[in-house]
Every structure is written in structure tokens, then in C-alpha cells.
Write a protein that binds this ligand. Sequence first.
Ligand SMILES: Cc1cc2nc3c(=O)[nH]c(=O)nc-3n(C[C@H](O)[C@H](O)[C@H](O)COP(=O)(O)O)c2cc1C
Length: 348
Amino acid sequence: MYKILRFFLFKMDAETAHHFTLLWISRLMKIPFVPALMKWLYVVEDKKLERKVFGLTFKNPVGLAAGLDKNAECIDAFAALGFGFVEIGTVTPLAQPGNDKPRLFRLIQDAAIINRMGFNNEGMLTVKANILKSQISKLKSQILIGGNIGKNKVTPNENATDDYLKCFDVLYEVVDYFVVNVSSPNTPNLRALQEKEPLKQLLFALQQQNNTKATSKPILLKIAPDLTHEQLDDIVEIVTETGLAGIVATNTTISRDGLSTDVKQVEAIGAGGLSGKPLTQKSTEIIRYLHQQSGGKFPIIAVGGIMTAADAMEKLNAGATLVQLYTGFIYEGPGLIKEINKSILARG
Ligand SMILES: Cc1cc2nc3c(=O)[nH]c(=O)nc-3n(C[C@H](O)[C@H](O)[C@H](O)COP(=O)(O)O)c2cc1C
């Protein structure tokens, strides 16, 4: 069924298709029998899929990656399609339009996407209000929400910590865990915050704020796939030192290696992060390396090129505890969530 829908969606410009899908997905889910039908088609319910990770109970280990529901407008709909958790954002303190269009491109031959969205989002207050609207159904669906936070484009890196702290405070009551995003390639200089000293400062500040709350929330760090082994060793050290709950690996890559799409076409697209199939291996290697170097001390949420159930199993075998989809969901639809959950059950 999804393949027919995809045929029409892929005829549209990528960003138009994105907004069209989000709009219709939430409208359709308001029709009384549709959520039940979706559930019947896609949801796998089994106690054996439950995962207890950083103090939270995930009803299944397959989540929606950040960037698809940036403004938390469709949490209920994604719950009905079978996801165990949804990561909203990246959210910034102030609403911002993101980069100029076009900024989202499909590389169909490579089962990939290039994007340079640039944290387009409606800002932390609107996002909080949107999450509050979905709270009653969230309780019913038991879906967990991750809040992926970032800084505004106009905020210089010296003041970045303030932006992350603002988002943390505002979203604290409405999300179950946080992800600190310092790894998007589409906000100028953002990835400089992955360097040892600025990163430590940022994470210590967030943890300090976290400790002032009655109950602290799990904070994870989302990293780029373009880091060297030395940088990954630093990350392991910093995560341990700052007492973070875990790592989300990985964001999109700036590399264009191994693509089958015509070089000229790729060059014409220009800057942006590459996701999907060309990222599968690279991201799995990073997960394996982090898991080995940390001795499995903290959980890893695996994301990057999960296009099949086998890709997800490989990530879990490499040491991941949970998985997330973005590009695989665009290319394969909600059937992929079901296939992954069934494979996990079959593995036992
Ligand atoms: C269009 C698009 C927008 C994205 N926006 C964000 C974002 O705002 N924050 C973030 O942490 N990751 C963002 N990502 C990265 C994804 O969450 C994911 O880490 C990456 O795409 C690799 O997974 P995939 O190969 O399954 O797509 C975005 C990805 C895409 C394709």
C-alpha cells in the first residue's frame, strides 16, 4: 500500500511531499476508525519488545528520528503507526525559518536524502504547546517523547549554552528525555561545539541545571558520523565524566562517498547532510566502536541508514539498545517499523 502512496509523493518536490504527508497523516488519524486500522496493519504489541533504558520503559525499541516531526505536530499519528518513541525537534529557543529553499533532495538511485534544512522550527514555546495538546493520547499510547534541542542560527557559539538551557527548561515538563544536538552540518559552526572543551562546558551546564530539578531527566548527546576515532574516544570520556545517559549515533554525514547518483547532479545539490543507505555502514561502525571503547557502559540509540530489518539488527548486534528511522521510513513506510519489531521478536 505504501509503495503506491510513495509513487505519488515522490512525484512532488521533497519538501512539499513532507508537509503534505504530515498534514494528511494527522487529519486522517482524527477519523475514528483510521487509528484502529493503522494499528491493525502496523503495530506489533508484545511485552517482549519492551526495553527499560535510562530509567524509562519503551514499549518497543523502534523510534522516529529527529527532524521529521520538528514541531511535535503528529506524535499521536506516529504512535498509531507503531513507533515506540518519537524524537521531536531540533527545537531552538526562537522560531526560525531555516535555510533558503530548495533544501531537501531525494537521491532515489542511492535510497538517500540530502538536506540542509537548518533547524527550521516554530520555537520552544509553540512546540511545548503542541506536546501538551497530545498529552492525553500520549498517556493512552504510552509513547515516549525525546526532545532534541539546539541553538538559534543567530546565537554565537560563545552563548550557545544559554540557548540549550532555555530549551531544556521550557521542555523539561513535557518530554521524557533530551538529546543535545551539536552535530547538524546545516547550522554554521554548530559542529565546533563537538570539540572537547566547549562540549564539556555545555554538558556540565545542562547536567547542573538537570540536578536542580526534583527528578532529573536522561540527557543524551547526538553525534556526527564524520568524527575520527580520537574524537570518538573524547566523546566516550566526556559522556562518562558528565554522567550523560547515552549517545544517539549518528546524524547525517557531509561525505559524498560511494554514491551512484551522477556526480554532476550531486554537485548541483550542493551542501547538506546525507542520510539513508550510503550512511548505513558508517554509522554501524561508529556504534560498534563506541560500544567497544565504552565497554557498553551507556546505551546507544542507533540511527543512520536503517532501510531494512536486517540493518536494524546489525545496529543492535553492534551494541545499540534502541533504533531510530528517518530516511528508511520515507522510502519504506510504516511497514518497516513492523518488520523490525517482528525481527527482534524472532531473534528472541
Ligand atoms: C530532512 C531531514 C531533517 C533532519 N533534521 C534533523 C534535526 O532537526 N535534528 C537532528 O538531530 N537530526 C535531524 N536529521 C537527522 C536524522 O535524525 C538522522 O540522524 C539522519 O537522517 C540519519 O538517519 P537516516 O539515515 O535514517 O535518515 C534530519 C534528517 C533529515 C533527512
